[in-house]
Design a protein around this ligand. Structure first.
Ligand code: E4P
Length: 217
């Protein structure tokens, strides 16, 4: 499973990229707003840090406007994937971009039926949100499972990006189901390293080694 970072923060991104395990980045209007820098500028900076798919989301709500905005975003860098909301207009824009060969990420997907529409429209990526479904007491991971089954049944090539992953358990479950990509905030990625037995084991190794060689220095 590819690991994407869900952030527009350059410091977080640089830290994670140094680990050598980040394949791409997703941003959304809220994440861009948090950084307080225009999307064109911030996304260009992200593209300088990492060579992988970078999703940049439109804020227009009508298909025609989305297409104009999407073209502008796609021009920023060859790695930009135009992110569109899963609305009627978003799907219309997605179909147009598919004809033109512009790669899209259809976001805010909360049902298998919506995911089917994204695949039919030729989306490059679909983003079902796991955590936000969990928040309303629905099992978000079941959505990932359904979409993978539906896409597998018909051979749709749209990549399933498990989004809104809030814990290492979410990440592991998405990988077990076979999601193509998992996107997560830095906090979730960082938590994936943690295991008390790793810390304890390392402490014992270092103590044993230091004790054995302490008087031989
Ligand atoms: C995906 O592309 C979204 O930006 C993201 O995963 C949303 O996550 P959240 O529900 O934690 O805001």
């Amino acid at each position: 499973m590819k690991i994407f970072l869900d952030t527009a923060n350059l410091d977080e991104l640089k830290k994670a990229v140094a680990w050598g395990i980040v394949d791409g980045v997703t941003t959304n209007p809220s994440l861009i707003a948090k950084e307080g820098i225009a999307i064109e500028e911030q996304v260009a900076r992200i593209c300088d840090i990492i060579d992988g798919d970078i999703s940049a989301e439109v804020v227009s709500t009508e298909a025609k406007e989305m297409i104009i905005e999407g073209h502008k975003l796609a021009k920023i860098h060859k790695n930009i994937v135009v992110k569109l909301p899963l609305t009627r207009d978003g799907i219309e824009a997605c179909s147009e971009f598919a004809k033109e060969g512009v790669r899209t990420n259809v976001t805010l997907c909360f049902s298998p039926a919506q995911a089917l529409l994204a695949a039919k429209a030729g989306a490059y990526i679909v983003s079902p949100f796991v955590g936000r479904l969990d928040d309303i007491a629905q099992l978000g991971m079941e959505l990932i499972e359904s979409i993978c089954t539906i896409y597998g049944n018909y051979g749709y090539t749209t990549q399933v990006l498990a989004a809104s992953l809030r814990s290492p358990l979410h990440v592991a479950q998405a990988a077990e189901i076979g999601a193509d990509i998992g996107t997560m905030p830095f906090k979730t990625l960082d938590m994936m390293f943690n295991h008390p037995l790793t810390d304890k084991g390392l402490e014992i190794f270092l103590k044993d080694y230091a004790k054995a060689f302490a008087d031989k220095k």
